[in-house]
Design a protein around this ligand. Structure first.
Ligand SMILES: CCCCCCCCCCCC(=O)SCCNC(=O)CCNC(=O)[C@H](O)C(C)(C)COP(=O)(O)OP(=O)(O)OC[C@H]1O[C@@H](n2cnc3c(N)ncnc32)[C@H](O)[C@@H]1OP(=O)(O)O
Length: 194
């Protein structure tokens, strides 16, 4: 036992999340953090191609159209793909906080089946921060942004530094990312905190 707590409920001394002064304005599109990201990258033919937009406070919205490549059962989205859509949308909250954070825990409720060609309307919000931990929640609705909830997740993201990726990522992708000025710009934007 590591003794570490992985509860999804923020501890009593957690603080409200603070939107960074230079966060994208509400309605502004949040760019992809990595061209080859399965969730948001343009370089993944079967990826989700999520384009998140900043919302009010520390929240984001995004849409994901389920395609044939995303099936689990015939004509229905795979649950893991739906969890990925929630995970990626939650990950975009880092742009508003200006921190790099990775998923520590993601608990997903699958409420309704999601057919191929459905647009999933995603919304994510940071609820609290405790040290490096960011407590957050997300929903995916069908039929419109106010439609019924099809999937929902609560999560804890853990703040990391760029070194996390340099130390753990496969060398060839890390070297390519470090040689790409656009990627370096993204990393810097995340790491500059007041
Ligand atoms: C360039 C732009 C790129 C931008 C990149 C943005 C990517 C977004 C992509 C979408 C999101 C993803 O899929 S990210 C990919 C999937 N996730 C991962 O690969 C993460 C794998 N896990 C890890 O690397 C590690 O376990 C970490 C970083 C999560 C934690 O390790 P650590 O850094 O050693 O920290 P540690 O001391 O253990 O924990 C710090 C605090 O967090 C808590 N904590 C640790 N793990 C968990 C957990 N699973 N659930 C709850 N809480 C946890 C601890 O209790 C502790 O709380 P306290 O004691 O302080 O109270």
């Amino acid at each position: 036992m590591s003794g570490r707590t992985t509860a999804l409920t923020p501890p009593g001394d957690a603080v409200p999340p603070v939107r960074h002064p230079e966060a994208p304005a509400p309605g502004e599109t949040i760019g992809s953090h990595y061209e080859h990201c399965f969730g948001c990258g343009g370089g993944q033919p079967h990826g989700l191609h999520l384009e998140a937009r900043a919302g009010e406070g520390v929240s984001v919205t995004a849409e994901f159209r389920v395609r044939e490549a995303h099936q689990g059962a015939p004509g229905l989205a795979h649950g893991g793909v739906l969890a990925t859509a929630l995970d990626e949308t939650l990950g975009s909250l880092g742009w508003l906080l200006r921190v790099i954070a990775v998923t520590g825990r993601l608990e997903t409720d699958f409420v309704r089946p999601v057919p191929v060609d459905t647009v999933l309307h995603l919304q994510a919000e940071a609820l609290a921060v405790h040290g490096r931990k960011i407590y957050c929640t997300a929903t995916g609705r069908i039929g419109g942004p106010d439609g019924p909830v099809a999937v929902q997740a609560d999560a804890v993201f853990v703040e990391v530094k760029v070194d996390h990726f340099i130390a753990n990522g496969r060398k060839q992708e890390i070297q390519a990312a470090l040689a790409d000025p656009d990627q370096v710009k993204v990393a810097r934007a995340f790491e500059v905190n007041p």
